[in-house]
Design a protein around this ligand. Structure first.
Ligand code: LAN
Length: 728
């Protein structure tokens, strides 16, 4: 009754209300698959009360008592863990918002819209709240990520999202956003992906989209540009995009689409020359301008290939093959897909191909829920379907590093965490591994969960470390037998590049030169896998630990592998002593991992010039108040830059962990850093969210909500273990 439909009854999109009732949201944990429910029914809400994690995710008061004031780091550790324990989910993992990127939610909403999926009022309302809260206060637009300046990408996509959800164009915040979009040149000046999505909706015409030929999937594997060599994310996104582009499919025209055509552009829609705007892009969106080679290829494809050479036969063959590859992706992930970008596009693809109501469409729509998240600000889309295995691994390591895993007080929590990793280990390779060019994954862990099932070198490493450490602690069940540990190591050993380093999902398969084909405009370094310091160092640390307990397993290969990684790490050290981080901000993050890995093979401050230089780098950046602080600008510029809001507990913890692992000899700086973390702790043991911690592709920031527990605890625990009697 309170659901008001727009004038498109067939789409059943509800008008928003002012806000949802925050006490009615619940996060459902089905063995690490996390989805949100809104309980409209009072009885149901009473039967399923909000848990501590629910309340915490939603910013509600947990009503926890104040804990005794800590005098030593170990007390602060205990208080912190007492709080963090309350946030453990039934499956044994911890949940987390994983927001930051501002281009993911629009994809999901567009997929709902294109597939005529009903959007209940509470989702529409919660999305409206989130986007309103996240509009840039000065100009009302949205950026690439939550801390970024307004772009056409962010503003055109999120404005359109709101309009599709039934938000009025006359609302003051919409007027403001539209003004900003127009100042930036309007939606004709968006990057490739914005043009793609707006063409699917029929707000733009397909002529504005630079070619995305599915034919590229027909190239033989030996060719240096064959897509199986590309970085996984780009490959998977480009795949479904190319099918939809090839079909030039447009969703049903509705009143709101016709209105959007009037709102998003700076000239009358009918007069726009779409073809001529293929390369129009606002300066702020053009983070990585297209190469002349790509521009030439685009010109050829658009002017010669498409009109004159592309036969129906070629198009059909290419579409059919891409469609098969998408089927494999869907089957291998039970429709969860690699990430919400390709998940949204695959949803549309299945709708086009299989029709409304098809199982593929229904399952996709259901799976899109896995990436959605609710918080006090409203509903958003996470960067992946969660951070489950990754966060669980670090939670375990924090307790191990404090030497408290044997303490019966923490054993139930730790056992549950171990059970989670046990359940989440991937037990088999994908069926069509060679055909769809998947990496070996038996024995591995994914970043989120096994349903998504994409192994990552450092996710395997961190989970493996945690499992070994706990199973070697007296009193823990031996859930993974040796063979399953060996499976993980076997897969890990497939990850080394010729450089000695390791990449993320797969060893690097193509040349860096492929970067000239980067068509996304808004990201850098996305075309192939690169060697990442964090990934490489995590692997070496895991293998060192493994060696300790199984010295005879593939000994020579492991030694060779570790030597290669070690040489790589040493090469990658900056003259100032730090290492550049690709997935966390930035030098502080990677330097922690580098020092930890060096320590794992016995290289510390006293014994290794490389480790000493790394420590000196960290010490040189310690601030007056004892903390460390780094801004995401470091990632963009490659120059260590402090965050304007001062010391950050997460970076302080990273620096302390690196220093303590490297056995830094002077306790004074360590005490000052530890003090800062203790001072920032709340009376109930919690730490509050500070600046954003993560990054990808140099330009896009992403939040790691649990780092303020896992790493602060680890740092406190390590300090306490090393200096049990010190009171910083
Ligand atoms: C992630 C998240 C986890 C991250 C680590 C494990 C931390 C890292 O060490 C290796 C790379 C990895 C797995 C990673 C890769 C890129 C991801 C998946 C993300 C940063 C989360 C979101 C991002 C993804 C690419 C977002 C969609 C954007 C596109 C350009 C397709």
């Amino acid at each position: 009754s309170d659901v008001q439909l727009t004038n498109e009854p067939s789409l059943k999109i509800a008008k928003h209300q002012e806000q949802t009732d925050i006490t009615r949201w619940r996060c459902l944990d089905e063995k690490g698959r996390l989805t949100w429910r809104y309980l409209e029914d009072d009885d149901e809400a009473e039967e399923w009360p909000q848990s501590y994690p629910d309340k915490w995710f939603l910013g509600l008061d947990l009503g926890l008592p104040e804990l005794p004031e800590p005098t030593k780091p170990i007390d602060a550790f205990r208080n912190g863990l007492t709080f963090f324990e309350k946030l453990q989910l039934p499956s044994g993992t911890w949940g987390s918002e994983y927001g930051g990127p501002m281009f993911l939610l629009p994809g999901v909403v567009f997929a709902w819209y294109a597939t005529k999926t009903p959007i209940p009022w509470y989702k529409a309302t919660a999305i409206k709240s989130y986007l309103k809260a996240r509009a840039n206060p000065d100009d009302g637009g949205w950026g690439l990520h939550i801390e970024g300046e307004s772009t056409v990408f962010g503003t055109a996509m999120n404005y359109t999202t709101l309009r599709l959800l039934g938000v009025d164009a006359d609302e003051p915040f919409m007027v403001k956003a539209r003004g900003t979009l127009h100042k930036l040149g309007g939606a004709t000046h968006g990057p490739h992906w914005a043009k793609f999505w707006l063409s699917v909706l029929g707000v733009c015409k397909w002529d504005i989209v630079n070619p995305i030929p599915p034919e590229i999937w027909l190239l033989p594997d030996w060719m240096p540009i064959a897509p199986w060599r590309w970085w996984l994310h780009i490959r998977q996104v480009f795949m479904s995009m190319s099918y939809i582009y090839s079909k030039r499919w447009v969703c049903e025209e509705t009143e709101v689409i016709r209105e959007l055509r009037k709102e998003l552009f700076v000239q009358p829609w009918e007069s726009i020359n779409w073809f001529s705007h293929r390369n129009s892009i606002a300066a702020i969106d053009n983070f990585h301008p297209k190469s002349w080679l790509l521009n030439t290829a685009n010109w050829f494809l658009a002017n010669i290939w498409n009109p004159y050479c592309r036969t129906k036969g070629i198009a059909n063959k290419a579409e059919a093959w891409v469609s098969k590859l998408v089927d494999m992706e869907d089957a291998n992930t039970d429709y969860a897909d690699l990430a919400p970008v390709n998940a949204a596009m695959n949803t549309v693809l299945c709708y086009i191909r299989d029709g409304p109501g098809a199982y593929s469409v229904r399952r996709h729509v259901d799976r899109l829920e896995d990436a959605l998240w609710v918080k006090d600000e409203g509903l958003l889309c996470n960067g992946t379907n969660g951070v489950q295995s990754w966060d669980t691994a670090f939670a375990i390591q924090a307790v191990i590093d404090a030497d408290l895993a044997e303490d019966p007080r923490w054993r139930p929590m730790m056992t549950k965490a171990l059970e989670f990793l046990d359940d989440q280990q991937i037990r088999e390779n994908v069926v069509d591994q060679d055909i769809c060019h998947r990496q070996q994954r038996k024995g591995a862990w994914a970043f989120s969960n096994k349903y998504q099932g994409y192994a990552v070198s450092d996710c395997i490493s961190e989970a493996l470390k945690s499992v070994i450490l706990l199973q070697k602690t007296p009193g823990y069940p031996q859930l993974l037998d040796d063979q399953r540990i060996f499976d993980a190591v076997d897969t890990l050993l497939t990850y080394q590049n010729s450089s000695g380093g390791c990449a993320s999902y797969e060893p690097t398969r193509g040349s860096e030169l492929l970067e000239v084909l980067n068509a996304a405009e808004v990201f850098e370094n996305i075309m192939v896998e690169y060697d990442y310091v964090e990934c490489s160092t995590a692997v070496i640390t895991a293998l060192s630990l493994f060696n300790k307990y199984w010295p005879d397993y593939r000994t020579a290969e492991i030694k060779r592998f570790k030597d290669g990684v070690l040489a790589f790490i040493k090469r990658k050290q900056y003259p100032h002593g730090g290492w550049y981080g690709n997935w966390g901000i930035c030098f502080t993050y990677a330097t922690m991992f580098a020092l930890e890995s060096l320590a794992s093979i016995g290289e510390t401050y006293a014994t290794s010039p490389c480790a000493k230089k790394g420590c000196d780098f960290l010490i040189s950046n310690q601030r007056e108040d004892g903390g460390w602080s780094e801004s995401y600008r470091s990632c963009e510029t490659g120059v260590y830059t402090e965050h304007p809001s001062g010391s950050q507990i997460v970076m302080t913890a990273w620096a302390l962990i690196g220093l303590i692992k490297a056995d830094y000899p002077d306790i004074e700086p360590l005490k000052r850093g530890t003090r800062l973390i203790m001072d920032r702790q709340c009376a109930n043991g919690e730490w509050k969210q500070e600046a954003i911690e993560g990054v990808f592709n140099k330009s896009c920031m992403i939040l790691y909500q649990n780092y303020k527990f896992t790493f602060t605890l680890k740092a406190l625990g390590m300090f306490a273990k090393k200096y049990p009697d010190e009171r910083p």
